[in-house]
Structures are given as structure tokens and as C-alpha cells.
Ligand binder design. Structure first.
Ligand code: AMP
Length: 281
């Protein structure tokens, strides 16, 4: 098998129309490429729930800040195609930047509220970039279901909100975070880590898991989270953007755990920013 690759919205729509007319359900898996098992788990979920799984690869410039890693972001379409082939992806949509943002492009989708905390203040414009490109991908492909990872939990909630608010006829599905044996969430950005930093990185999920346990036992967020910050610094993290307990629905910070809360963190190892989250049960 060889996954067909389409570059234009017109070709994508032409390829999907006969499937839709035949009553075949379509699952969409948007990615930025440099694929790993986290992405593949979403394609597998799409294949399990829909007749067709369509992946997209688009490194979206509008979601990167001026000082972020857009030009360095890992790209390897040949390797990605092999992986997509291995999970029987039906189609890959991999447009050029001009196809998504032609000259004169002037529209932005912003989601209020959910973007005020966690990554929002640290990455100005990031979620507007994500919301805009995901809105476009959803209206271009008109899938029945679209799949996003819980690893980027705030992103998942932002996309759920925009799909609801804009009446997009698509079910947004979340997939569990895939992790390495040491617990580190798989991420395309892990490729930036030196072997030494890769070893330090495992402290992030470990500290979040321990914090979630203590918060579930009634611990005060202030005390538990400041220990996580100390633990990250001791482990060698060079900068901490946030360590926060928040409710899953509105992503508002909480003083102590309640039903449906999660610990969230973003921290840096040198020039690599890692994020993770853990449910408090
Ligand atoms: P990205 O290519 O990083 O933009 O990610 C594309 C999609 O894959 C997003 O919905 C991510 O949340 C999801 N994803 C990334 N890493 C993981 C992971 N370790 N486990 C599950 N999903 C993931």
C-alpha cells in the first residue's frame, strides 16, 4: 500500500466526495508531521471508529511565535509516509503554506476564556493560529470525526469549543497520551533533546503523577505545585512557564482538586519546551 498524498484543497474535496456519497465515514487526524506513536495512535483510533482515516501534515506558521522553532521544526515526509502506510491511512493531505494562506488571507479564529491560562499567556497568538488552521482543515475535509491528543489538552478543549461555537458538523475526539517507557510524553520536539536532557525530561511526568496523587488525597494546590516546581528545578529544568491545577472543562486554576481536574505544566530544558498534564482522580 502507498498512501496517496494530496496538496490542494480542490483535490482533497474531490477525493473525499465519493467516499461521503458512498456513506463512508471519515476521520481526520491533523498533525505537523515528524510523526511518532502518539500520532499513529490517533490514526488507529480514527480507523477503528471511521471507515476512512485521513491524516494532514501542515507545519502551521501562524501558531509559532516570532522567537519559536518554526524554521527548525523537524520535517521528514518520506519517513512520515512509511508510518502512515503502516497504519493503513487512506489519504494524506500535505498542503504548502500558500495553499492554506494565499495572498490576502485576513481571517483569524480566536477562542476566548479557554486560552487565558496555561499556555495562552506564554504563547501569545498560538491558539489563534491553531484555531484558525483547524477551522480551515475541518471545513476543507468536512470529516465525521476529528482526532486530537490529550497531550495537548488545552488545544483539545479549544478545538471542542470552536467546533461547538461555529456549529461545525464534526465530533471532536480526544486520544490518550502516548508515553515512552520512562513516562515522557512522545513529542516531535523530543528530537531536539540531547541524551542528557532526555534523561532529565522524565522528571516532568513523574512529578505530575506524584502531584496528582497528593492532590487527589486533598493536598493544597499551592503547596503541592510549589514542590513540583522545586522538583523540576532540581532535575535540571532551566525555566518553568507554569505548573497549575485546573478544571478540565474551563481550564480555570483551582486551589484544590475537584471532580474533573488535572495538573498541567510547561517547562524548558535548554531551548526545548515540554508540556504535559495528568488527571487527578
Ligand atoms: P503535532 O504534530 O504535535 O501538532 O500533534 C498532532 C496531534 O497529535 C495533536 O492532536 C497532538 O495532541 C497529538 N499528539 C502529539 N503527541 C501525542 C502523544 N504523545 N500522545 C497522543 N497524542 C499526541
Amino acid at each position: 500500500m502507498r498512501v496517496p498524498v494530496l496538496r490542494s484543497v480542490a483535490d482533497l474535496r474531490a477525493a473525499l466526495a465519493p467516499w461521503r456519497h458512498a456513506g463512508e465515514t471519515i476521520g481526520l487526524v491533523p498533525t505537523m508531521g515528524a510523526l511518532h506513536e502518539g500520532h499513529l495512535s490517533l490514526v488507529r483510533l480514527a480507523k477503528a471508529e471511521c471507515r476512512r482515516a485521513v491524516a494532514t501534515i501542515f507545519v502551521n506558521p501562524s501558531q509559532f511565535g516570532a522567537n519559536e522553532d518554526l524554521s527548525a521544526y523537524p520535517r521528514d515526509e518520506a519517513a512520515d509516509l512509511k508510518l502512515l502506510d503502516s497504519v493503513e491511512t487512506d489519504l494524506l493531505f500535505a498542503p504548502a503554506v500558500e495553499e492554506i494562506y494565499p495572498p490576502g488571507f485576513a481571517t483569524t479564529v480566536t477562542v476566548a476564556g479557554l486560552t487565558e491560562h496555561l499556555c495562552g499567556p506564554h504563547r501569545p497568538g498560538h491558539f489563534a493560529g491553531v484555531a484558525t488552521v483547524v477551522t480551515k482543515l475541518l471545513t476543507q475535509a468536512l470529516p465525521d470525526q476529528a482526532y486530537f491528543g490529550e497531550k495537548d489538552f488545552q488545544q483539545l478543549q479549544v478545538i471542542r469549543r470552536l467546533a461547538r461555537d461555529l456549529d461545525l458538523p464534526v465530533a471532536i475526539r480526544g486520544g490518550a497520551t502516548m508515553r515512552g517507557v520512562d513516562g515522557l510524553a512522545l513529542s516531535s520536539r523530543n528530537r531536539y533533546l540531547t541524551a542528557e536532557d532526555r534523561a532529565k525530561a522524565a522528571a516532568l511526568p513523574r512529578l505530575l503523577r506524584e502531584a496528582a496523587k497528593r492532590l487527589a488525597g486533598g493536598g493544597e494546590a499551592d503547596a503541592v505545585l510549589s514542590e513540583v516546581r522545586q522538583g523540576l528545578t532540581t532535575a535540571g529544568f532551566t525555566r518553568i512557564d507554569y505548573v497549575t491545577l485546573a478544571d478540565e472543562a474551563a481550564l480555570q486554576p483551582l486551589p484544590r482538586a475537584a471532580a474533573g481536574s488535572r495538573v498541567f505544566a510547561a517547562a524548558w530544558l535548554g531551548r526545548t519546551r515540554l508540556i504535559d498534564n495528568w488527571p487527578v482522580k
